[in-house]
Design a binder for this molecule. Structure first.
Ligand SMILES: [Fe+2]
Length: 355
């Protein structure tokens, strides 16, 4: 028996964003909402469409770099400085980084100390501020998971807790129309890789397999075809992203994520691109899926950066290997309980050296 965890409410469909205000108001109980929105939406104009009423306000976040524990703590301080009364709802509007920030802020507003104190599994004690997730970029699956991935000195790690799960997500594929093609490819590949790692791991079950198969089929359809995605593709990718997130939330990721976290930690690659760089070298673990991936790169005219680890110092490489070795759950899912023997540090070094 297994308990499937997922967000309790999904507002779905083209134009769903127009009902965001109404949906948020059901969680407000005469309080106010804080919208945390990706700074990119100053350019797309979405920031001007937020349904702010009464004491609601919005904070914009720069996601050029991946979210940090210091950044989350600073946002928490800013919100507490503005009012003695805590917000009733936190609404995250953006890609996976923004959604993870919103999740983490909702947790640290009601739990003492720094967000870095909660990086790990089941460390959050107090119920968070209710939260709503509105992805404007499909693929990360953050909208579906109980993980808020943050970087702190020396590690990239998630706050993994049932308290990190959104209370409501709004999936409106029209919001993804403004995403540049290359960014959508890398983030779409995050979803593809979630599905690949979940279906090839030992933690999956029958229920999850159905979601993964559907997510995989949608990713294959969109990215093996290549070219500018249609609105139908965007809708499918938003569904696939949710399914991929749901799958890893209820199974685990695998070898690719274990390596990509090291690349992001030391070389600051964004998660989707870091995954692509790592996955490109993983034929040994996911042969058919890597072969399809290479075809996807070609059909979408994507050229991955090469030799990215060539200039890393011995110290940086050590830190990357240490990061990978911290990923016990993904590596157990992918390689079994004996993973430390079949995936020793020399093997990890060899794979990093090829990237
Ligand atoms: Fe991922």
């Amino acid at each position: 028996m297994k308990l499937l965890r997922q967000v309790p409410k999904i507002l779905f469909g083209a134009g769903a964003f127009d009902s965001l205000g109404e949906a948020v108001s059901t969680l407000k109980n005469s309080g106010y909402a804080v919208y945390i929105i990706d700074a990119v939406h100053a350019k797309t104009g979405l920031v001007n469409k937020l349904p702010l009423v009464g004491n609601d306000y919005s904070l914009s976040v720069d996601t050029t770099d991946e979210p940090t524990t210091d950044g989350v703590d600073a946002l928490r301080d800013e919100i507490k400085k503005r009012s003695d009364k805590l917000p009733a709802v936190i609404v995250g509007v953006g890609g996976g980084s923004t959604l993870d920030i919103a999740k983490a802020v909702s947790v640290v507003l009601t739990n003492p100390g720094s967000s870095r104190d909660y990086q790990g599994w089941e460390l959050v004690k107090n119920a968070p501020i209710p939260k709503v997730g509105v992805p404007t970029l499909s693929g990360t699956g953050s909208e579906a998971t109980r993980t808020a991935v943050l970087t702190s000195p020396g590690k990239k790690f998630g706050i993994n807790s049932p308290y990190s799960l959104f209370d409501l997500v709004v999936l409106d594929p029209l919001l993804a129309r403004t995403v540049p093609a290359e960014q959508q490819f890398y983030t779409g590949m995050d979803c593809y890789i979630h599905c690949v790692e979940s279906i090839n791991g030992s933690f999956k079950d029958k229920l999850i397999t159905v979601y993964v198969q559907a997510g995989l089929a949608m990713c294959r359809d969109i990215f093996l075809k290549g070219g500018e995605p249609s609105d139908q593709d965007r809708e499918n990718l938003m569904i696939a992203s949710y399914f991929g997130g749901l799958s890893i939330a209820n199974s685990e990721v695998g070898v690719c994520h274990a390596l990509s976290y090291g690349l992001s930690l030391e070389l600051k690659f964004h998660h989707g691109l870091a995954n692509c760089i790592a996955f490109n070298q993983l034929e040994e673990y996911y042969p058919n899926e890597v072969s399809d991936f290479k075809e996807m790169l070609e059909r979408n005219n994507i050229v991955l950066p090469k030799n990215v680890t060539q200039a890393v110092s011995a110290e940086q490489m050590e830190s990357m290997i240490a990061m990978t070795l911290l990923m016990e759950k993904p590596l157990t899912n992918a390689l079994g309980p004996d993973w430390k023997n079949v995936f020793p540090r020399e093997k990890i070094l060899q794979l990093y050296a090829r990237m």
